[in-house]
Design a binder for this molecule. Structure first.
Ligand code: SF4
Length: 190
């Protein structure tokens, strides 16, 4: 599988302190995509579900993990490895949120996924909504136990200083969250 980065604690892509995992590889080329560097499956991102799970285990040894957010790239492009990884992560949290450019109706076998945000990113429909990149995207919740948590989450974000978090990783500066439209062009200019 191809995974570009793993960050903790991410609080702007789902409830609580989460491990966010960025899969590499996406053929859609949505204009305004905030992670075009992850369209290509670079060899340096090649890994295995077991290796990623070991990295999570190290985090879990010292920190409480409230959930996982799989983004990218498109995690569903690597469906079998995604399923394997989700199974390996289940001892740490069953709150698994997955972003995908596919529509829900195009997908099968969502075993272990708690929440899904579907659809390609359309920059002209970006209303800077918590969790949702553009209005065409939909949030599906498959586990009733998490409904209240996800319903309250946008309100908790409204009280936060910023819906964006900044991290430094081996890839340099990483800006995490739902960005305003034209974020990428502004970033390239600066
Ligand atoms: S589906 Fe997501 S990762 Fe793929 S190009 Fe569109 S916004 Fe970027």
């Amino acid at each position: 599988m191809f995974v570009a980065r793993l960050l903790y604690p991410v609080t702007v892509l789902g409830p609580g302190k989460r491990v966010a995992i960025w899969f590499a590889g996406c053929p859609r080329r949505c204009p305004g995509c905030s992670n075009p560097e992850l369209w290509h499956q670079s060899e340096r991102y090649r890994t295995t579900p077991e290796t990623v799970a070991m990295m999570v285990a190290k985090i879990a040894a010292e920190h409480k993990i409230d959930g996982f957010t799989m983004t990218g790239g498109d995690p569903m492009m690597q469906h079998d490895d995604l399923m394997r990884l989700i199974a390996l992560l289940s001892p740490y949290s069953r709150d698994i949120l997955v972003y995908t450019g596919y529509r829900y109706e195009e997908l099968s076998d969502l075993t272990g996924i708690t929440a899904l945000i579907d659809g390609e990113y359309r920059e002209e429909e970006n209303r800077f909504t918590p969790l949702i990149g553009s209005d065409n995207q939909r949030l599906f919740l498959f586990d009733e136990a998490y409904r209240v948590r996800y319903r309250r989450y946008p309100k908790s974000l409204a009280g936060a200083p910023s819906p964006i978090q900044n991290f430094t990783s081996s890839d340099g500066h990483i800006s995490v969250g739902i960005h305003r439209p034209r974020f990428l062009r502004q970033r390239l200019k600066s």
